[in-house]
Design a protein around this ligand. Structure first.
Ligand SMILES: NC(=O)c1ccc[n+]([C@@H]2O[C@H](COP(=O)([O-])OP(=O)(O)OC[C@H]3O[C@@H](n4cnc5c(N)ncnc54)[C@H](OP(=O)(O)O)[C@@H]3O)[C@@H](O)[C@H]2O)c1
Length: 249
């Protein structure tokens, strides 16, 4: 019997994680979903329940994966949460939750499973965000954690390349997944006119292709690169747009 490659995907119960689970399965992977709620029937081959903000639960899940599979071909650090609040409004608890889930958990899980990924000469895929590059008012904490996650990817790549491990950093722009409705903070995101949202299925295909081609970074959709360059070179303009959109005094 042909040996299937193993992909461990965090946050595979909904949104981008669910779409990536389906895509990796379509490409013959044995998918292990790591999240709190079980994914829909048939979306993943296995489900390990863990709250990744709980270090004990994270370690126990990693141990189970190591014992059961030994080698992990792909680890996708996808679980994450956003927040809509100014720095002044965001509570300490909300900030801590965001740092724990979006940054500390992927770092801890990667450290726990690095030996398994190296055993397969596999890949770590970190789902950061276009927000790692583009500052957005009332999303400062999210900007900060996703930028930290991107730097984690870039520096980890340097450290593990010699062991045959590849690191792909992914920066999605807005994709409608219900992510906004689950975000922390007291504000509602402003409605942005025009077609700014993209498809989770197309996103998942792009991620798989970028993984297959051993790319270092994927920004999806590609036109976000214009926004990234704009924000980098025209910070004053970027500030004025943000103040207007968020109706800041
Ligand atoms: N959608 C976008 O527009 C967008 C844009 C840029 C970046 N991203 C990033 O893409 C990733 C996925 O976002 P999404 O849009 O798919 O969001 P989503 O639909 O809200 O999915 C988030 C996933 O994270 C899991 N999760 C949340 N808290 C967890 C915890 N404490 N422990 C374990 N798992 C937890 C959830 O599963 P359980 O509830 O079952 O635990 C869920 O499967 C996130 O990192 C997000 O920052 C999204």
């Amino acid at each position: 019997m042909e040996h299937k490659k193993t992909a461990v995907i965090t946050g595979a119960s909904s949104g981008l994680g669910a779409a990536m689970a389906a895509e990796f399965r379509r490409n013959g992977f044995h998918v292990v979903a790591l999240c709190r709620k079980a994914p829909a029937q048939g979306l993943a081959d296995e489900f390990i329940a863990a709250d990744l903000t709980d270090p004990e639960e994270l370690r126990a899940a990693a141990k189970e994966i190591e014992t059961r599979f030994g080698a992990v071909d792909v680890l996708v650090n996808n679980a994450g949460i956003g927040s809509y609040a100014t720095w002044e409004e965001l509570s300490d608890a909300e900030l801590r939750r965001e740092v724990e889930l979006d940054f500390l958990a992927p770092v801890a899980l990667t450290k726990e499973l690095l030996g398994c990924v190296a055993a397969a000469r596999g890949a770590v895929i970190n789902i950061s965000s276009a927000a790692a590059y583009i500052p957005v008012a009332c999303m400062g904490a999210y900007n900060a954690v996703k930028a930290a996650l991107r730097m984690f990817s870039v520096t980890l790549q340097m450290e593990v390349a010699g062991r045959g491990v590849h690191v792909l950093n992914v920066c999605p722009g807005r994709v409608d997944t219900g992510f906004s409705s689950r975000a922390l903070g007291g504000r509602k995101p402003p409605e942005t006119p025009g077609r700014t949202s993209s498809s989770a299925e197309v996103f998942a295909r792009k991620v798989f292709n970028a993984y297959r081609k051993r790319k270092r970074e994927l920004v999806y959709p590609g036109w976000y690169w214009f926004a990234i360059v704009f924000a980098r070179w025209f910070p004053g303009c970027c500030e004025r747009i943000n103040r207007r959109v968020w109706q800041l005094k």
